[in-house]
Each structure stands twice: as structure tokens, then as C-alpha cells.
Design a protein. Structure first.
Length: 118
């Protein structure tokens, strides 16, 4: 059993190739504003088939990109942790650094926006 504060309940799981492919396919099938815009424009000009073809190609391209990126990232981390001592610990702490950086950037942008309002 693990607690809600424990960030490592899934750390020992291995990710399989079908899971990576499923991630890419589901990511490519999610609707996005650009796809809806393309469909609406194609409906307006009465080119529905072209709209569906464009959205299909966009979704397949996104799926392939997500699968390739996930595979490359998993392969890179695996090989880097073999060659660089302490890389696994760094990789586990990277999301915390990334989230702190995003919060700092958000605060900076909010402060700049607030200063320019008055």
C-alpha cells in the first residue's frame, strides 16, 4: 500500500511497446481547436471530404510524433542512466524543477501584466 504523498507507486512498472503506441494513438485522436476550425472552414466551402482528410492526416502525424518522441525519450533515459552516474536521481527530480520554473514564469508574466494594466 502507498500513501497519496508517495510519488513512486508506479516507478517500478515497465512500459511496454503497445502502451507507447496506444498513448500515441489516443493523443492523436483527441479533438483540438485547429481540427474543429479546419472542419468548419471546409464545411463553409462545401469541401467536407477535404476537411476529414486533413484532420485524419493531422491526427496520424500527431500520433506518429508522440510514439516516436516517447520511444526516443524512454530509450535515451535508459541508456543515459547506464552511462551517467546519478542520472536516474536527476531524472526523478526533473519534474519538480520544471514545475517550479513554470510557476516562476507564470508569476513573472502575471506581475508584468498587472504592472501594465495601470
Amino acid at each position: 500500500m502507498y500513501s497519496c504523498n508517495d510519488p513512486t507507486p508506479f516507478q517500478r512498472r515497465t512500459v511496454t511497446t503497445p502502451q507507447i503506441i496506444l498513448f500515441g494513438l489516443t493523443g492523436g485522436l483527441l479533438p483540438c481547436p485547429a481540427a474543429f476550425t479546419i472542419l468548419l472552414v471546409c464545411l463553409q466551402v462545401k469541401q467536407v471530404t477535404l476537411g476529414f482528410a486533413l484532420v485524419l492526416c493531422f491526427s496520424l502525424g500527431l500520433a506518429l510524433t508522440l510514439v516516436a518522441t516517447g520511444t526516443l525519450a524512454a530509450w535515451s533515459v535508459h541508456h543515459a542512466s547506464k552511462r551517467i552516474k546519478g542520472f536516474g536521481e536527476f531524472a526523478r527530480k526533473a519534474p519538480y524543477f520544471s514545475s517550479a520554473l513554470l510557476v516562476a514564469m507564470g508569476l513573472f508574466i502575471a506581475i508584468q501584466g498587472w504592472r501594465h494594466l495601470s
